[in-house]
Design a protein around this ligand. Structure first.
Ligand code: PMP
Length: 362
């Protein structure tokens, strides 16, 4: 790692691979002999269309997206998808199922209520979202237009370890904080969406992967830009796309492939989080916030015995080069977000720092 970089544990926007940043810097004023920056190019020009097509093809390859599905790059973040999903899909039966396992899925569920009838198929609210309900606790309604869940709960540090079984009801998943972190069978999903700013690139784009069969049944008042059908028909270019962010995603995807793709990421994420969970499990000071069986490899949430000591930890960690470790206000304590681009060294060194802190504060 470069000497002037710190370990950035931000939940998003978050750390990007150093070599991606360096390449973007090298190409900042003259991309590939064009004499201009990617920021300055027409989105319909040859040079940019090549970047766009390559990025989309590389995402298709990285996630093994079948031809039944289309990849879209849209604006408005994952949050606009909370509205786009019901506007496009709930009309089929007027009903949808939501699994509520954190604040984002709760917000998505509330948004869907504006457009139809919502069944809360399961919820972990009874224990402040410290766990993921088992399949046997999920109440799938056969008449739902879709079943929505969030595969990794960024705030609470929990991750679904299985794909919910919903029969013929299409699965819709907010994968903002764990997309591209492990192999996935995309064919099981009706819609996958994710804000880019964790595992995919900088903020400004949400990636949507949709089974094309589900498009075209949107509510008539759906804005054109939020219509999956329009975005499929125009290859995400109904208007000017966030060109530069998509270019950055392209660089991240090339980096990902060089690392060994999602298989390598799956191995790495288990290794990376283990350093921190081992400290937590051995510790008399640190306690994990999430139940063991549901612990996320992307967001590690933990606390000490007191809010004062938590503050001290965050402050001293920052001084030692570990940035943005304060937990979300809904959980308190600390959160180490350790997405794909976090070097393994980051959690190795943070683990050593935690052990030292424990000795000094026991
Ligand atoms: N879903 C999840 C799981 C998230 O972590 C976030 C943002 N942290 C969002 C949705 C909202 O994303 P955005 O800010 O891109 O709208």
């Amino acid at each position: 790692m470069s000497a002037d970089r710190i370990f950035n544990f931000s939940a998003g926007p978050s750390v990007l691979p150093l070599e991606v940043l360096q390449q973007a810097a090298a190409e900042a004023t003259n991309f590939n002999g064009t004499g201009m920056s990617v920021m300055e190019m027409s989105h319909r020009g040859k040079a940019y269309v090549a970047i766009f097509d390559e990025t989309k093809a590389n995402l298709k390859k990285a996630m093994n997206v079948p031809d039944t599905h289309e990849i879209l790059f849209v604006q408005g973040g994952a949050t606009l998808q909370f509205s786009a999903v019901p506007m496009n899909l709930i009309g089929k039966t007027g009903k949808a199922d939501y699994a509520v396992t954190g604040n984002f899925s709760n917000t998505a569920m509330k948004e869907a209520k504006k457009y139809g009838e919502v069944n809360i198929a399961c919820s972990s609210e009874d224990k402040n979202h410290t766990y993921i309900p088992a399949q046997s606790e999920i109440n799938v309604s056969p008449y739902a237009s879709y079943f929505h869940y969030c595969s990794n709960n960024t705030v609470y540090g929990t991750e679904w370890k299985y794909v919910p079984e919903t029969g013929s009801v299409p699965l819709v998943c907010d994968m903002s904080s764990n997309i591209l972190s492990a192999p996935l069978d995309v064919s099981k999903y009706g819609v996958i969406y994710a804000g880019a700013q964790k595992n995919i690139g900088p903020a400004g784009v949400a990636v949507v992967i949709i089974n094309k069969e589900l498009a075209g049944a949107e509510h008539p008042l759906t804005p054109k830009l939020m219509s999956y059908k329009t975005m499929i028909d125009t290859d995400s270019m109904h208007n000017t796309p966030p060109c530069y962010t998509i270019y950055m995603i392209g660089l991240v995807l090339k980096w990902l492939e060089k690392q060994g793709g999602v298989e390598a990421m799956a191995k790495l994420k288990a290794e990376r989080s283990k350093y921190l969970y081992d400290v937590i499990d051995d510790s008399r000071l640190f306690v994990g916030c999430a139940e063991k069986a549901a612990r996320s490899d992307m967001n590690v949430t933990f606390r000490t015995k007191s809010a004062e000591l938590d503050d001290k930890f965050v402050k001293e960690a920052k001084a030692a080069g570990f940035d943005t470790l304060k937990g979300h206000r809904a959980v308190g304590g600390m959160r180490a977000s350790i997405y794909n681009a976090m070097p393994i060294e980051g959690t190795q060194k943070l683990a050593a720092f935690m052990r030292k802190f424990e000795v000094e504060n026991s």
